[in-house]
Design a protein around this ligand. Structure first.
Ligand code: BGC
Length: 450
């Protein structure tokens, strides 16, 4: 058996993408509600107001998860649902929702993994400067205390931030995601630094207050470099590329993971960003660098890299790869090289906290027939198994996503789910991939054919 006996098979989703009921039951608005009100920001004018109505239908959804034999569900808590102003008075009904959801999961033998921040930043705190305000780290730590006090008697697995690469880079530099800003690099670096401080303080809070021994990490948007060939020079080139920072962009691995795990910003990035670097305060890096229990990577795709004759790296020649409905190249080897390179650098066991694909084949044929997704998952998981066989310690795999949901700026047009959602009726239908995943879990991955 390649996958360890205690390996965890799960699915993931996030609050804003599935819950709906935005602002109702006393919750506050998030920056995604704000973006949805601005014309032209989200495909088709879609919003998360209703989404999958998971807020009301969570029992049915947990029932479907149990039917699929899932062992874990990675959910996120909506910060403004539990703290309408981001700080201060608590919306008890919001907090209670998560408590009931956790109970429902545990009753069905499904372990909840809780992400504290999956992009629905409180609108009220955005109006106070958002991540640009250094107080954001304290705001997040206080919010973390509230959630940990409420749930940690039943929850052990915690993810602080989901993909700082995206909510910082796409939210503050490109402006395609909430809060939709296109700021200068100096301001983006400052926001990133505060998000890192927020992570560090949240880990401290979790370790200090959790009622059951916690396991903590942050989910990184893993951008994976793949060696063009198996030649050692190309492998070294891909490894170097994977942690290198040569452009003033934020979709990279080391700017966020190095401070969190190694306690320093990467040298190459410091040189590149030298004119824009924020002034760090004494003790900042010590706060950001907290012991983590595993490396959490969200991996969807990779880029092929080759060595240059002078020992540097460059993009390999175009390969004409098949693509998902998001236009992302299908590169199963990302689940081999990603875990391997991340483990080599950070020396932590790996958990894939997201992997999956958007495809609309289920819609074209019947709601439930999605052979492209099954093929994708099979190929990616074979590569994950290969990494494990080659010695990478791996603890789990979370498929994105349990059900079709609000795909951010793409609205409802892109479907990532194992469960098909008819948004007009909220009817759920298990896709063929859901049945396939169930069998895979029963066999602990042993039925992946090579
Ligand atoms: C995010 C999810 C998103 C998925 C597909 C990840 O970057 O964490 O919220 O839906 O990718 O785009």
């Amino acid at each position: 058996m390649i996958f360890p006996e205690d390996f965890v098979w799960g699915v993931a989703a996030s609050s804003y993408q599935v819950e709906g009921a935005a602002g109702r039951d006393g919750g506050g608005a998030s920056v995604w509600d704000m973006l949805g009100r601005q014309p032209g920001r989200i495909n088709n004018g879609d919003t998360g107001d209703i989404a999958c109505d998971h807020f009301h239908r969570y029992r049915e959804d947990v029932g479907l998860m149990a039917e699929m034999g899932l062992q874990a569900y990675r959910l996120s808590v909506s910060w403004p649902r539990v703290l309408p102003q981001g700080v201060g008075s608590v919306n008890a009904k919001g907090l209670d929702f998560y408590s009931r959801l956790v109970d429902a999961l545990l009753q069905r033998g499904i372990t909840p993994w809780v992400t504290l921040f999956h992009w629905d930043f409180p609108y009220a705190l955005y109006c106070r400067g958002g991540w640009l305000n250094r107080d954001s780290a304290d705001w997040f730590a206080d919010y973390t205390s509230l959630v940990v006090d409420k749930l940690s008697d039943r929850v052990a697995h915690w993810i602080t931030l989901n993909e700082p690469q995206c909510f910082i880079g796409m939210g503050h530099l490109d402006g395609t995601h909430a809060p939709g800003l296109q700021m200068g690099v100096a301001e983006v670096l400052l926001a990133a630094h505060h998000a890192l401080l927020a992570h560090g303080q949240a880990v401290q809070v979790i370790r200090a207050r959790a009622k059951s021994p916690p396991l903590v990490s942050a989910a990184q948007a893993g951008t994976v470099s793949l060696p063009d060939t198996d030649q050692p020079a190309d492998i070294a080139a891909a490894r170097a590329s994977m942690f290198s920072i040569r452009e003033k962009r934020f979709f990279n691995n080391s700017w966020f993971s190095d401070p969190m795990i190694l306690g320093r910003y990467p040298e190459e990035g410091i040189r590149l960003f030298e004119p824009e670097m924020p002034a760090l305060q004494a003790g900042d890096l010590a706060t950001i660098q907290q012991p983590l229990d595993f490396f959490a990577a969200n991996i969807y795709s990779g880029n092929y890299i080759r060595a240059t004759p002078d020992g540097d790296f460059e993009p390999a020649a175009d390969r004409k790869l098949p693509e998902t409905a998001m236009g992302w190249p299908i590169t199963p080897e990302a689940l081999y090289w990603g875990p391997r390179f991340f483990h080599e650098r950070y020396q932590l066991p790996i958990v894939i906290t997201e992997n999956g694909m958007a495809t609309d084949d289920a819609d074209k044929d019947s709601n439930s027939n999605d052979p492209l997704r099954i093929e994708f998952l099979q190929q990616y998981l074979q590569q994950y198994a290969r990494a494990i066989a080659d010695g990478v310690p791996a603890q789990g795999y979370f498929l994105w996503s349990v059900m079709d949901n609000f795909e951010w700026a793409e609205g409802y047009a892109k479907r990532f789910g194992l469960i098909h959602v008819d948004y007009a009726t909220q009817q759920r239908t298990l896709k063929a991939s859901a049945h396939w995943y169930r069998q895979l879990i029963v066999a602990n991955g042993g039925n992946l054919t090579g």
